[in-house]
Design a protein around this ligand. Structure first.
Ligand code: NAP
Length: 493
């Protein structure tokens, strides 16, 4: 009999898992989604200008060709449309329990017991945690992502601000920015996308930059009718185009992150972009990073720098001291604003949190991961039988499409299902996990992320918990290996 599968999250990862189960004829699954809509990060990030800096044809499932892309780089609404199209085509919607957040997952020796809370629950004191137990599942697949919980900074006085403030991923669409004096705190990929749009509306925009980013151009373009027709009707065209983008990213961007032959190419490209878009040498100076390109996520955008040169935009690089009721105070002065946008990133290293996960030894995963999250292939953890993660620890990329990684993970899990169905719960062997950790550490040493900058890729004490340090072709090979002998049946040696 097919195992019952609980999929947590209806974003790119969770939907991919559900689709592959459907394609394999396995319908004994349920998707739990805490929000009222599918889409994950692409539902949450609806700020003006939100989009993806990986081309549409690669930022999509390899098995689901899509004729409706209107441009080279997809914007947020189009990505949501794509996900909705996939959910409808593979008949997933009816299998999603919306507004149901999984708060706790406990392995009882045979199955996973899940406790959920409904967003509609009256139990507000516990954040809606009514602790409802749902039916037990053989398998749990976590598809909650790495960038799902906003990180607000800890700046004194934030609670005293008289104006309107919100995080970039919780955009306040009721708050019209026309004629406002706006502060954007942060200058990462989200900020770079929203700043040009906010600048068009605001009377004045102050961009608070703590650390400059390396920025390279995003050669966006709309697809004309002929191109769209060609993508639709010419056999193999989408596949070849996708392959070409993939190979370019793998062949030129990855070596730069591994501090190989293309480091200077990336640096020169970014510096040329800066020189061509920012004529003022003093402003250019403040926008030039002093750490190697790729250490933080490179921003891919062609509209960010021009926005900073507008007369109604000021780049502020002094240290923020506090938020006052009237605005932002830095070491050098005060900036009166009525709106603050915190484009300050996500709690990226707190994988699965705040969900409580308890495995064979009765201890919580959070406790086990107190020095940083880790998982074999970013997918499995010893002592957590039949529990798998999508986009888990050390599977993020700084150079290619995360959808590729998700598909590798789903394929791996699909290969584990018959094995566990035939033998009972399986877990990855502790010695395999230890060897994996050693290999990861060794590969990580050559990567650019380790030294010279702080980023969302790593914990406060500098352990890179988020990124995959090898080529994605290697990841595909490793995840394609059969589960035996890396996994063992629980209770056997
Ligand atoms: P982020 O890259 O983590 O950037 C956060 C920004 O906030 C940084 O500039 C950071 O400065 C600043 N910041 C944080 N705390 C601060 C404080 N207390 N005072 C002043 N500044 C502070 O977050 P993000 O821009 O939301 O992007 C996160 C990731 O999402 C990206 O790296 C990317 O992988 C993904 N994303 C992708 C796309 C896409 O097109 N594919 C678009 C948006 C986002 P420091 O640098 O000094 O820490």
């Amino acid at each position: 009999m097919a195992p019952s599968v609980a999929i947590i999250g209806a974003g790119f990862g969770g939907l991919c898992m559900a689709i592959q189960l459907e394609r394999a004829g396995i319908r004994s699954y349920t998707v739990f989604e805490k929000a009222g809509e599918l889409g994950g990060t692409w539902r949450d990030n609806s700020y003006p200008g939100a989009g993806c800096d990986i081309p549409s044809h690669l930022y999509s499932y390899s098995f689901e060709k899509y004729a409706s892309w209107t441009r080279r780089y997809p914007e947020q609404p189009e990505i949501l449309d794509y996900l909705a199209h996939c959910a409808d085509k593979y008949d997933i919607r009816g299998k999603i329990r919306f507004r149901t957040e999984v708060r706790r997952a406990v392995f009882d020796g045979a199955k996973w017991q899940l406790s959920t809370s409904c967003a509609d629950s009256d139990d507000d004191e516990n954040g809606g945690d009514n602790g409802e137990r749902v039916e037990p599942f053989d398998v749990v697949v976590m598809g909650v992502g790495q960038l799902n919980r906003p990180r607000l900074p800890d700046i004194p006085g934030m609670a005293d601000f008289d104006g309107v403030s919100f995080h970039s991923s919780r955009w306040n669409h009721d708050h019209d920015l026309t004629g406002r004096r706006v502060a954007v705190i942060g200058n990462g990929s989200s900020a770079a996308q929203l700043i040009p749009r906010v600048a068009e509306q605001a009377e004045h925009l102050y961009v608070f930059q703590r650390t400059p980013n390396w920025v390279i151009p995003k050669p966006d373009a709309t697809f004309g009718p002929a191109t769209k027709l060609a993508f639709h009707f010419v056999p193999g065209l989408q596949r070849v185009y996708r392959e070409w983008i993939y190979r370019y990213a793998e062949g030129t961007l990855y070596p730069a992150l591994a501090q190989g032959w293309s480091v200077n190419l990336l640096r020169q490209r970014a510096l040329r972009h800066l020189r061509s878009q920012v004529p003022d040498p003093e402003l250019r100076d403040r926008l030039t990073p002093d750490y190697p390109p790729g250490c933080k996520r490179v921003v891919i955008d062609s509209t960010f720098y021009p926005a900073l040169t507008r007369p109604n935009v000021s780049l502020v690089t002094d240290k923020i001291v506090r938020i006052t009721p009237k605005g932002v105070e830095t070491t050098e002065g005060s900036y009166a604003v009525d709106t603050i946008v915190f484009a300050t990133g996500f709690k990226s290293t707190e994988f699965l949190s705040p969900m409580e996960v308890v495995g064979l030894d009765g201890g919580s995963l959070e406790e086990r991961w107190r020095d940083g999250a880790e998982a074999y292939l970013g997918i499995s953890v010893p002592g957590l039988p039949n529990l798998f993660m999508l986009y888990g620890p050390n599977t993020n990329l700084g150079h290619n499409s995360i959808i590729f990684m998700i598909e590798c993970q789903v394929n791996h899990i699909m290969a584990c299902l018959p094995y566990l169905a035939a033998n009972g719960p399986i877990e990855v062997r502790p010695e395999v996990m230890a060897a994996w950790r050693r290999q990861l550490d060794a590969s990580m040493r050559r990567m650019v992320w380790g030294a010279g900058c702080q980023s969302w890729y790593k914990t406060a004490d500098g352990r890179v918990t988020n990124n995959w340090p090898g080529p994605t072709t290697l990841y595909r090979r490793l995840t394609a290996r059969p589960p035996h002998p890396a996994y063992r049946v629980v209770g056997t040696g």
